[in-house]
Design a protein around this ligand. Structure first.
Ligand SMILES: NC(=O)c1ccc[n+]([C@@H]2O[C@H](COP(=O)([O-])OP(=O)(O)OC[C@H]3O[C@@H](n4cnc5c(N)ncnc54)[C@H](OP(=O)(O)O)[C@@H]3O)[C@@H](O)[C@H]2O)c1
Length: 175
């Protein structure tokens, strides 16, 4: 299985990669590509099967080229950069490249609650609208998607071994 992680060097990206690298029970070897901006100081952890590539987030052609051949894309961009038009560009490129599953950049509280939905996009990013768009694409059979809503400070909980009340959302329902 080939998987691309967007912004692998942040709080959440680092925690996800750490867990992925532990996945030794999988019969199919996991290939991980770490995608960053050209200006990123990111370097993959030593002695790991991670390929680092840079990509122009504003260029559909650059994104499609980076996603081609990948089964899944995990988006871990920082919250303040999670706006609708820039995220749509990334999602549309994943669809065009034939990616099967898009892991949305939510990593946040219960997004279907009224309390969350009334928070301004300027404060929490456009995660609700982005989920709406993914739901639409999923309904049309263009791409599968999932996300994780574990509440705030997910990376800190993961690193201390304490993760409470985690919810995973997919187009098929929640678990
Ligand atoms: N950390 C938590 O505990 C926590 C809690 C609640 C929610 N979340 C959510 O989890 C997601 C990831 O958050 P995080 O804390 O892991 O992010 P982060 O560590 O703040 O940033 C992740 C990466 O985003 C890139 N980045 C920074 N500014 C950018 C910009 N303007 N445009 C594009 N990329 C930019 C940087 O990568 P490069 O410099 O390598 O390019 C950075 O390493 C967000 O949706 C956030 O809201 C996280």
């Amino acid at each position: 299985m080939s998987l691309t992680t967007f912004q692998p060097g942040g709080n959440v990206g680092t925690a996800i990669i750490k867990e992925l690298l532990k996945d030794t029970n999988n019969n199919t070897p996991l290939t991980i590509t770490a995608l960053t901006r050209p200006t990123s100081p990111y370097t993959p952890p030593p002695n790991t099967p991670i390929t680092h590539r840079t990509v122009d987030y504003t260029s559909p052609a650059s994104l499609v080229s980076a996603f081609t051949g990948q089964d899944a894309v995990v988006n871990c961009v920082t919250g303040s950069a999670t706006q609708f038009s820039s995220s749509k560009l990334i999602i549309d490129a994943a669809v065009a490249a034939g990616v099967k599953v898009f892991f949305a950049n939510e990593f946040v509280s219960h997004m279907e609650s009224e309390q969350y939905r009334r928070l301004p996009e300027a404060y929490v990013g456009a995660k609700v609208r982005i989920r709406g768009y993914l739901t639409e694409l999923g309904g049309e059979g263009k791409i599968g998607w999932m996300s994780l809503n574990g509440g705030p400070f997910l990376d800190m909980c993961e690193s201390s071994g304490r993760v409470y009340s985690m919810r995973c959302w997919t187009g098929l329902g929640s678990c």
